[in-house]
Design a protein around this ligand. Structure first.
Ligand code: BGC
Length: 768
């Protein structure tokens, strides 16, 4: 009898084991079959705010990686572990110091997105993000919530620093390189914010109203390139609406376009929040709700029980989740070290950063010669801004400032000026209550306004110094757009006066004056750019910023960045300036009791269509302050006669670039293409390829060949819902910038081609 009972127990145990398969790469369908409705719903909803492996079905509720933005929930019964998701994109964002723990968990502060795009060097971007991805892996995170790749529709978008460019081709190629670098470590990315999330004012609810053509050619194009070329593990749907529907609930966006047209096979997760409409999100193909709330599990269960979500829809999303989970390091039991090589990564960042810095002006003063002592002005010289605020702010071990950088390059920074600034900054920080790391996720520390510096002080310091440098700083970030007013887009009167005084005093003494721009986005430059002898646009380039600035000023590095956007003469030259939140006050200013009618708050009309950035300025012949693609070097380059050969699919464009100057340097060559007349109306020309030389020694040359396929030449025909490439003669231009075309060739495309797509995401009425 005893034997019989024992055998029965073994049998039952075996059945139970059989009924409870443990997840492996080979049994996804079996696990799916074994899951209850509750378990399935649980897998589609994240574990709540912060990195908790929360949820009733998980044994442990311990924090997995402190400071990570979220998790997916685990299901112990089926051997499904929770996985960890943490921000980006300028490096990994986790908590650096943890109670009762002697170790630190700092992450490298990499150059922000705009700096990466300014490099025009996809190999270098990939090298940088391979290092970033190693930190993701070694700190126990499975997915970094990056790259951010919304288009710079308007320069005042508060998060532009996280994003790349006004051009979708440069955006897509930079993002693909970013993704390839991260994912080469066996961890994933989350490409964000999908899509048309181009302003921060009312970012959770704003309805972006955009034509199908502008949507396809501009706002989705970068994502399309990134998805097709780099296969991101995950995509993050944005908070906003697109033509009346939340992107996270849009079947047309998340399934028809993303999966059916582009072949995406990873998971889609929401941006962080809990919207109504969970059922719709599930049906649309939004697999994961982040950060996740129990109410969303309940809604999914109720939706299935009511027949609103079909079994197939539910299983499709759960299958996507299981396929994602089995690829993660956490599932595969990776034993992370918590000790990435931060020193090696810092060296890589310092070495790479000058490639993203743009030399806007230089009358020969740079690189510095015969300079021993520097009069260093500007709060940013001593309190350098490494990156913007919000979830993209990395907890880095330090930020190198310009004063430190000049010192390690062997220059003496005038001690009196330094002492003044340091005391001022310390007192202002106390007064403003700056914590040093940003209090609250969205609120960064307020930027310290410039110290009053009288002309007489400058005059007293001048004889003791060989040159004056002024660092001008700006910052912005998540949750707010920038302002078209003094102190943001424009200089303050005080900044302007300081610049003029420095220029006057130093020029009178036969000395020079340089401006360093430590800014996250475009500012007005036309009215003052003639004042200094050189302007270095350093951006907010990460923790090694001050070192890299000084390396460039001193000639240790030759800057080779080029602008990924236009610097206009006037803000109001920008077509979207009339359809963008103005001075952030539209939320109140336009609210005259008609809540649903608030332009640029409740909805934003992208009335400019495809007239964004250089597409508009070049086509209309409008003068700009600095054109797209612009950037000087310490050397000069000569472009050869080009060769353009039509092939079976598009053409190849070849040119030889020779360094004709006296120092080594790199050149980013841009391929712009003008389409034949007759087809759809197009911009004067558009960027369709680019390549950067290796570092060329004086006299050295390199031949660059860029392939442009027929699909890349296509425009979107709304009437036919198709991409179309017209036949005819294309003009292929080799530019040092969009306004500096160095060589041109023609190419005949014999056969017109078209690619069918779907008629989805149309605006309710024409946009104007
Ligand atoms: C931001 C995302 C970020 C997420 C998690 C959201 O508010 O928009 O970019 O990844 O928070 O921190």
């Amino acid at each position: 009898m005893k034997k019989l009972i024992a055998s029965c127990a073994i049998l039952l145990g075996t059945i139970a084991l059989y009924a409870q398969p443990k997840l492996s790469k080979d049994n996804i369908e079996e696990v799916l079959d074994a899951m209850t409705l509750e378990e399935k719903a649980t897998l589609l909803v994240g574990g709540g705010w912060g990195s908790m492996s929360a949820g009733s079905m998980t044994a442990s509720s311990a924090v997995l990686v402190p400071g990570a933005a979220g998790t997916t929930r685990g299901i112990d019964r089926l051997g499904i572990p929770p996985t960890v998701l943490a921000d980006g994109p300028a490096g990994l964002r986790i908590t650096p110091v943890r109670g009762g723990d002697q170790n630190t968990y700092y992450c490298t502060g990499f150059p922000v997105g705009t700096v990466m795009a300014s490099m025009w060097n996809t190999e270098l971007v990939q090298e940088l993000t391979s290092a970033m991805g190693n930190e993701v892996l070694e700190y126990g995170v499975d997915v970094i919530l990056a790259p951010g790749m919304n288009l710079h529709r308007n320069p005042l978008c508060g998060r532009n620093f996280e994003y790349y460019s006004e051009d979708p081709f440069l955006t897509g190629k930079t993002a693909a390189a970013f993704i390839n670098g991260i994912q080469s470590n066996g961890v994933g990315v989350s490409v964000k914010h999908f899509a048309v999330n181009n302003q921060e004012v009312n970012r959770m609810e704003n309805d972006s109203r955009v034509s199908q053509r502008a949507l396809r050619e501009l706002y989705l194009k970068g994502f399309e390139i990134a998805v097709k070329e780099a296969k991101p593990w995950t995509v993050m749907s944005s908070y906003n609406k697109l033509n009346g529907e939340y992107t996270q609930q849009s079947y047309g966006l998340l399934t028809t376009i993303l999966r059916d047209e582009w072949g995406f096979d990873g998971i889609v997760m929401t941006d962080w929040g809990t919207k109504q409409g969970t059922v719709k999100a599930v049906k649309a193909g939004n697999d994961l709700m982040e950060p996740g709330a129990d109410v969303e599990i309940e809604r999914i269960i109720a939706g299935v029980q009511a027949g609103e979500i079909t079994q197939e829809e539910l299983d499709r999303n759960v299958r996507n989740m299981l396929e994602y989970i089995v690829t993660t390091p956490r599932f595969n039991g990776y034993r992370y070290s918590d000790k990435p090589d931060l020193k090696a990564h810092a060296e890589l960042v310092r070495r790479s950063t000058p490639e993203g810095m743009v030399l806007l002006e230089n009358n020969g003063v740079l690189p510095l010669k015969d300079v021993k002592t520097v009069a260093l002005y500007g709060t940013g010289s001593y309190d350098f801004i490494a990156g913007g605020t919000g979830s993209g702010n990395v907890n880095k071990p330090y930020v190198r400032n310009v004063a430190e950088g000049l010192a390690v390059n062997g220059l003496e920074v005038n001690a009196d000026i330094a002492r003044w600034y340091e005391q001022y900054i310390a007192l202002e920080k106390t007064r403003l209550g700056n914590s040093g790391s940003g209090s609250g996720i969205l609120l960064g520390d307020p930027v310290i306004s410039e110290m009053e510096v009288g002309r007489s002080f400058i005059e007293r310091m001048e004889p003791r110094t060989d040159i004056a440098v002024f660092t001008l700083s700006r910052n912005a970030g998540e949750g707010g757009d920038r302002y078209a007013r003094n102190g943001d887009w424009y200089l303050t009167g005080q900044e302007r006066e300081l610049m003029q005084d420095l220029a006057d005093v130093y020029h009178a003494a036969g000395k020079k004056f340089i401006v360093v721009l430590n800014i996250g986005g475009v500012i007005e430059t036309e009215s003052w750019k003639h004042i200094p002898d050189a302007i270095l646009l350093a951006w907010t380039p990460g923790q090694e910023g001050g070192y890299a600035v000084a390396d460039v000023l001193c000639g240790k590095a030759n800057p080779s960045g080029k602008l990924p956007m236009t610097f206009p003469v006037n803000y109001f030259d920008i077509p979207s300036s009339t359809n963008f939140p103005y001075n952030n006050n539209n939320a109140q200013g336009n609210n005259r009791g008609r809540q649903s009618q608030r332009r640029n708050v409740d909805f934003t009309e992208y009335a400019e269509g495809i007239d964004v950035g250089y597409r508009y300025f070049q086509s209309e012949g409008i003068t700009v302050s600095y054109p797209f693609g612009y950037g000087k070097s310490y050397t000069t380059f000569e472009y050869s006669k080009p060769v353009v050969k039509a092939g079976t699919d598009g053409f190849t464009a070849t040119i030889t670039v020779r360094n004709t100057g006296s120092v080594a340097g790199k050149e980013a060559v841009q391929i712009y293409v003008a389409a034949p007349a007759g087809g759809l109306e197009k911009p004067a020309y558009e960027l369709k390829g680019f390549a950067k030389t290796r570092e060329l020694a004086p006299g050295e040359s390199q031949t660059l060949t860029v392939a442009v396929d027929a699909y890349t030449l296509a425009s979107f025909n709304e009437a036919a819902s198709a991409w179309e490439t017209a036949s005819g003669t294309y003009k292929v231009m080799f530019g040092a910038s969009a306004a500096d075309i160095r060589a041109t060739a023609e190419c005949k495309i014999k056969k017109a081609q078209s690619w069918e797509s779907h008629n989805v995401l149309a605006p309710a009425q024409p946009i104007n």
